[in-house]
Design a protein around this ligand. Structure first.
Ligand code: HEC
Length: 130
């Protein structure tokens, strides 16, 4: 009888562990002015060459690329890969887009990638509230 109790307690423990982990992954950090600011800096360091200072995809390198980088100024819902979904923007930055010059940026921390997500979405017109 005692063995069973131990087993049950342990299983609950593991279920809890799994649950808390998946929860942690799907919960993005809160959008704050500080985070957007961090995103701006990271964007200037890593993304302007292609996506341009205005986010229009006309950076020095971007102009010559095929396919050309996404123009972030179009409405967020029309972004080819993200379609208005912040989690998909995060996925694009994390995994890159196969067969394009959009490489993955998984060397950046999760927080840094979310900072970028919030920053690039700021380019989109009309500004999205959420
Ligand atoms: C070497 C050039 C290059 C760099 C540097 C680059 N990108 Fe891209 N990016 C691209 C290209 C090209 C595409 C479009 C690919 C396509 O149309 O399939 C793209 C697409 C995207 C998209 C997809 C938007 C959508 O939903 O359609 C996001 C988001 C994005 N880039 C974010 C970033 C961020 C953030 C950085 C900096 C960390 C970055 N990119 C750096 C070339 C680049």
């Amino acid at each position: 009888m005692k063995r069973w109790t131990g087993f049950i307690v342990l299983s609950f423990f593991f279920i809890f562990l799994l649950w808390s982990q998946s929860f942690g992954q799907s919960a993005p950090p809160k959008k704050t002015p500080e985070l957007i600011n961090q995103g701006k800096k990271l964007y200037e360091q890593n993304c302007v060459t292609c996506h341009g200072t205005k986010g229009d995809g006309k950076g020095q390198l971007g102009a010559a690329l095929k396919p050309s980088p996404r123009d972030f100024n179009i409405p967020f819902k029309q972004w080819v890969h993200s379609k208005g979904d912040l989690k998909k923007v995060f996925a694009v930055i994390t995994k890159g887009i196969p067969n394009t010059s959009m490489v993955k940026w998984d060397q950046l921390s999760e927080q840094e990638r979310w900072a970028l997500v919030y920053f690039v979405v700021e380019f989109a017109a009309p500004p999205k509230k959420k």
